[in-house]
Structure formats: C-alpha cells, structure tokens
Design a protein around this ligand. Sequence first.
Ligand code: ZN
Length: 273
Amino acid sequence: MAAGLLKVHLSADAYLACLTHVLSAEKEEVMGVLLGELQEEIKTVLVRGVSVMRRIDKRADRVEISPEQLTAIVIDTERLSNKSGYPLRVVGWYHSHPHITVFPSHIDIKTQANYQLMDDNFVGLIFSCFNEEPQDKKCKLQVIAFQSLQTNPSPPEYERLELPLSIVQTPLSHISSLCMEALVQIPVVLFQEEEEAYTNTNPNENQDVVTQMYNSSVYTQSLTQMLDILCGPLLGLFQEAVARNKQMTEELTREKNQLLKDLVEQENNDVII
Ligand SMILES: [Zn+2]
C-alpha cells in the first residue's frame, strides 16, 4: 500500500481520551499508542482507542516507548480486543507538543520511520497544545496525522508526509469501554510518575530537612493540581455518562416492553383469524 494514500479516522471517544491526556501536562510531552484496525479495502486506519504510556524519560521535548512497554501493550491489546469485541491491534502512536508547533521534529520523523520498518501502515498523531497565537495570545489546539517518507536510501533521509485525518462520530455520543479504560488510566499513570519522581529524590539521613520539606511540598502540589485539573473534570464526565446510560436503558426498556406488547396482540389477532 502506498504510504501517502493512507487515511486516518479517529473515533470521537478516542479523540476525547487523547485530548484529556495531552491537556493533562503543560510542561512535558506525554504519549501513548493508538489501538484500532487497518481497513485495507478503503486504505484507512481506524483508531478506536488508546493506551496511555508511562514516560521513562520525563523531558520537555522527548518521548519514547521502550521495547518492554511495547511488548506489554501488544499483549494487553489482545485482552482489550476480547473485551471490546473489535479485532484491535497497535496501529500507531500519539504524543503532545506543549507550547510548540504541531509539526513533527526530526527525531519524531526518524522515530516514525523506525516504526514503519516494523509496520508500513503505522501512523503518528501529534497534538500541539498550550501554544499561544502571537496575534491574540489565545491558546490553540492542533492535531496532525503523519508518516515518514524516505527521500534518500543511503544515507537514509526522511521527510514528513501528512495524512488526511477525520474525527468519526461514535453512535449516541457513546464512550466505549476501551476509551473509558484509557481515561481511567490517565490519572493512574500520572500519579505513578509523580510518586516515582518523589521516591527518586531519595530522602535519606544526608538530606537536610529544608530539601526534604521542599521535595515533599512539590510532590503534594503536583498531586493536588492533578486532582483539581484532571480527576475532578473526569469524575464529572463519568457521572454524566452514567446518567446518560441510565436514561438510554429506560428508553430501550420502554421500547422493548412496547414491542413485546405489540407481539402479544399480533399473536392474539392471528389466533382469532
Ligand atoms: Zn514530537
């Protein structure tokens, strides 16, 4: 399949999970993998969900997936596939560009090229967030789908190839269990990262009390900030989803009862005839 002809369809609930993740960290990049299907007949990668990655190296401009993480995700994808009822596989990766342009860096293009060596239909998404417009100082959110195109075989040189990207509506604004799991996973992963960072400050007898107090206050501040900007809104979203599901269950139950009633009447009429 020619790489340039690939289209990317991102389901609305997977888009929601990506946005929640990329907007959860303003200082460093976050990343995850895209789960979905390759629809070869229409040359489209359909992204149905995501898996949030724990960052190995928390730097402003660097994200990477370790081979161990990738293996764990591939194994977990089988479980998610059984749970969701879709033949899922890892179809790509996404990461954020806080405060910078949406376009992939040279490192991103090289990383993407390496993924394409394993799977030439592998796609990348980048979300640029917290990026202020110079004219009106308003934060803009942009997303791009891309692959790497080899322009020179030796030494290998690559350039970005933008792919058409569409957000695909999910029926009845439904959030799939796959995306719900990713949304729940976001604070879990971020809390683990904070805990690990705090543990690495290694409070020991050589550390003076002021440093210890400073480190623990930074840790507390990070956790409270996360509760405020991430967990609170997520809880609201889940409560809304529960209310919507309850309403839908009531409507469907009414419809089912009416259909059963119609069926009984129909059967009675048939007996009379
Ligand atoms: Zn990047």
